[in-house]
Each structure stands twice: as structure tokens, then as C-alpha cells.
Design a binder for this molecule. Structure first.
Ligand code: BTN
Length: 263
């Protein structure tokens, strides 16, 4: 099976540029595209064909980038790090929520060490600088495939967009590392740092379980905002031992939610 469709445009030069900076095991193999509908779609195709853990797909541009809750993820060509990483957790079904939270901690560390910005995490895995979103994470699981079950972890990081590159609707809520006053950082160095941090946090999750990830997540958490969820609304107060969000309702009752919109 080919890993591309006519809508995918592989770019060997881009692959060499990204590949040259990698230090760990992850990112081998690495596939790079000038343009694709979504790096997630390409990674799912590779995974179904038996690609190994640590396979990475990056792109300069996505025509149908996906966000959480079926939303789209839009970024100007060449200005964002758009990456999908293949994980093959031993546990089946994988604990997708815990993996997403571990990835948020890893990405926050990578942004801070490379760009020098202070990053906080909004449940479950939105990365904020101040009150604006600079990066998002999408974890998609599949239970079957040539190599068994897997998780496609998609990470989108706004790197060098200017204000005019965000729609008027997004401008108040989204930012880039450049706009947030970060040190100039290339997407290649950012991917290398992200993969190194991810590999380490994912290993911790596999060997020690969720508690150390929960601690690291809480150290960066934004809590206290309004949360709207299926059963009502309340205020985010804590992270549950299973990665759910503990919400205090208007009547003081605590509820743990697994999905919902944090304000
Ligand atoms: C979110 O915050 O809603 C998650 C956004 C995830 C976006 C990334 S960009 C690379 C990868 N490919 C996609 O289509 N989506 C993820």
C-alpha cells in the first residue's frame, strides 16, 4: 500500500531538514510533506500498514487539519509545527486520556526550553501562553491494524504566525510563539525537543503509571475556569487520578468529567 494519495505531496528536502536535528529513537522513520489533507490521515495509513512506534509525519501545510471535537485546525503554510507521532502502547485499549495529558506536559516542556515562554495547560491538553492557545493535541486510537492497536498523536504548534495570520474570530484566543515574545525557534529544533520530551514522558507513563504525569500536569494547570459539560456546568478544581477533570457545580458538589469545554 502506498503511504500517499494524489492529495499528498512528499518533500524529501523537508524530511532531511527535520531528520537532521533528531537526537533520540523517535522520528525514525520520518515522513515529510509540503502539503497534505492531514498528517493524522497519513499516519493512520502508515500505522495500518505496520509502521513502528516512533514513526513521525510532518507537513508544511494541511488542507483539512483536524482538531478535537471534529473541529478544523488551520495554520498558514510553513508557520506551524504540524506533526503526528505513532505510539503502540502495550495496554489495550490504550488509556487515551492519560497519553494526551502526558503529551501536553511534554509539549509544554519543549516549548519552554526552546522558546523560553511560560506555558500553562488547560484541561485536557491545550497549551496556553497567557490566556491564548499556542498549541493543541489530538490523540486518536485504533484497535486494529497490521501492527496491532495504536495511537496517532497529533500536535499542532503555532510557531511564527503574525497577528494577520489568525482569523478575526481566532485572534482573541490564539497566539504563536513569535507573537507571545518567545525566542526565535525553528520548527526542526522544536520537533527534536518535542520528540525527546514525549519519549521520556511516555516511558514514565509506561513504567510508573499516571501519578507522576498527573503531578507534572497539575504543576502547569490552569484551574478555576468555568466548564460546560453534558450534565451541567461548574468550575474546574482538580485532575482526577484517572485524568478526568474534577468540577465543582453551583451547589458545591464535585463531579469528575471525561469530556467537556473549559472556558
Ligand atoms: C486541538 O487543539 O483541537 C488539537 C489540534 C491538533 C492539530 C494537529 S496539527 C497536526 C495533526 N494533524 C491534524 O490534522 N491535526 C493534528
Amino acid at each position: 500500500m502506498s503511504w500517499t494519495t494524489p492529495e499528498d505531496h512528499p518533500d524529501p528536502t523537508l524530511a532531511r531538514r527535520f531528520g537532521a536535528r533528531l537526537r533520540g529513537r523517535w522520528g525514525r522513520p520520518l515522513y515529510a510533506l509540503r502539503s497534505t489533507p492531514s498528517t493524522q490521515t497519513v499516519l493512520h495509513r502508515l500505522a495500518a500498514d505496520g509502521a513502528p512506534e516512533g514513526t513521525v509525519v510532518v507537513a508544511d501545510h494541511q488542507t483539512r487539519g483536524r482538531g478535537r471535537y471534529g473541529r478544523s485546525w488551520v495554520a498558514s503554510p510553513g508557520k506551524a509545527l504540524l506533526a503526528s507521532i505513532l505510539l503502540r502502547p502495550a495496554r489495550s485499549p490504550p488509556r487515551l486520556g492519560e497519553i494526551g495529558l502526558a503529551a501536553a506536559v511534554a509539549a509544554a516542556d519543549a516549548l519552554e526550553t526552546t522558546a523560553g515562554v511560560a506555558v500553562r495547560i488547560k484541561w485536557p491538553n491545550d497549551l496556553l501562553v497567557g490566556s491564548k492557545k499556542v498549541a493543541g493535541i489530538l490523540a486518536e486510537a485504533a484497535l486494529e491494524g497490521a501492527g496491532g492497536g495504536y495511537v496517532a498523536l497529533g500536535v499542532g504548534i503555532n510557531v511564527s504566525q503574525g497577528p494577520e495570520e489568525f482569523s478575526s474570530e481566532l485572534r482573541g484566543r490564539a497566539t504563536s510563539l513569535a507573537l507571545a515574545g518567545g525566542r526565535p525557534v525553528g520548527r526542526e529544533a522544536l520537533l527534536a525537543a518535542l520528540l525527546a520530551e514525549l519519549e521520556a514522558r511516555y516511558r514514565t507513563l509506561s513504567t510508573e503509571g499516571f501519578p507522576p504525569i498527573r503531578e507534572a500536569w497539575l504543576a502547569r494547570a490552569v484551574l478555576g475556569q468555568r466548564v460546560v459539560y453534558g450534565g451541567g456546568e461548574g468550575v474546574a478544581v482538580d485532575l482526577a487520578p484517572d485524568g478526568g477533570l474534577i468540577v465543582r457545580n453551583g451547589d458545591g458538589r464535585l463531579t469528575t468529567i471525561v469530556s467537556g469545554e473549559v472556558g
